[in-house]
Design a protein around this ligand. Structure first.
Ligand SMILES: [Fe+2]
Length: 155
């Protein structure tokens, strides 16, 4: 059945493309946060181990919401590591960083994802796609708040 929600196919495809980048950043940040939850060491262990767990649980729910918006727009959601590596703007880590470097890299990851979401928002707003704008607004809010909280640990 054809999709008839008041956004034409070309525009839906463009938004799905922008959302795929948000999904790839979010998934990569999810993985980074879970990795750091497993491997963090040092005097801040307890705090960071638990904080990272809260963050990766939130990110895990977010990837689902973003992917399902792609589907509602009529396009596939990327779902392989290969696609995520190609689409993501977040650098992966080699080895195990020191606790403070983990925090800095997570701040960068949240800020990068906020920027990617903000780019996608511009497009969604132009195209008059309110549900995508709503989703992206929520994502930006979370990423910016999380970046602030993490940054506060190292200032
Ligand atoms: Fe765990």
């Amino acid at each position: 059945m054809e999709i008839n929600i008041g956004i034409d196919t070309k525009n839906r495809e463009q938004i799905a493309g922008a959302l795929s980048k948000v999904l790839a950043d979010t998934y990569t940040l999810y993985m980074k946060t879970h990795n750091f939850h497993w491997n963090v060491k040092g005097p801040m262990f307890q705090t960071l181990h638990l904080m990272f767990e809260q963050h990766y649980n939130e990110l895990w729910l977010a990837v689902d919401a973003v992917a399902e918006r792609n589907r509602a727009l009529g396009f596939p959601a990327p779902g392989t590591y290969k696609q995520f590596v190609a689409l993501s703007s977040i650098k992966e880590d080699d080895g195990v960083p020191k606790a403070e470097d983990m925090i800095r890299r997570l701040v960068e990851g949240h800020e990068t994802t906020a920027r990617t979401a903000r780019e996608a928002f511009k497009l969604a707003a132009e195209i008059n796609d309110q549900p995508t704008c709503d989703l992206l607004t929520q994502r930006m809010q979370i990423h910016e708040k999380t970046a602030w909280m993490l940054r506060s640990l190292v200032e």
